[in-house]
Design a protein. Sequence first.
Length: 251
Amino acid sequence: MKPDLILKSALLMFVFGPLFAFADEPPQQAAKLDVRVRLQLDYLIYLPKDYDQQKSWPLLVFLHGSGERGNDLEKVKVHGPPKLIDQGKDFPCIVVSPQCPSERGWEPIELTALIDELERKYNIDPDRIYLTGLSMGGLGVWELANYIPNRIAAIAPICGIGEPFWTKKYTHVPVWAFVGAKDDASTVARTQGMVDEITKNGGSPKLTIYPEAGHDAWTQTYNNPEFYEWLFAQSRANLAKTDEKKTDKKK
């Protein structure tokens, strides 16, 4: 054999040899990487005065807006239930008010982990978990409801936009949305769009548009006793009964 042919044969064996050697093994093999992420999520927790005298309590999750992000929990007391609690108001429920880290938005997976942890540590009624929030927190409520649609009893997003397709998973959940008529036009329109999408898919959401309010649609809402009466009247147990009645009617 000529030297040049011998050299070419050797090169072919070098390049293709491994392919032939492992021809019996699959081209792709399964592997696994165990990633553990440690996140610190600070939060305020409020327990009713007679907490020990009742077997279980509703849980109200409050999500603040973008201005309260950071690592100073005092900032979380600027608006909403944490503000009212700080002023001496009693709530007939456990209230948790987490603080979102700086330069970030609310993450459903992290908020779900928080709810899981609270259910392990406190006497929480799993049929009465409520979500509310303002501005960035309103968006967080819309999105978290999409992430855990079967664990919540009601949501109350305030001046928070969302993606209409999220709502398809929770048309069965009672919704009361709030927005100021003088807020940014897109905020008003997109809040209306969320409510319209729920209605289109068979839900019965409520929408309050304050005619004289701008972005601050939360002060009137959280100071309104009727809001809390509506909120705490909702439960997953009632939702289940309603679904059963709908099924019976179809039959």
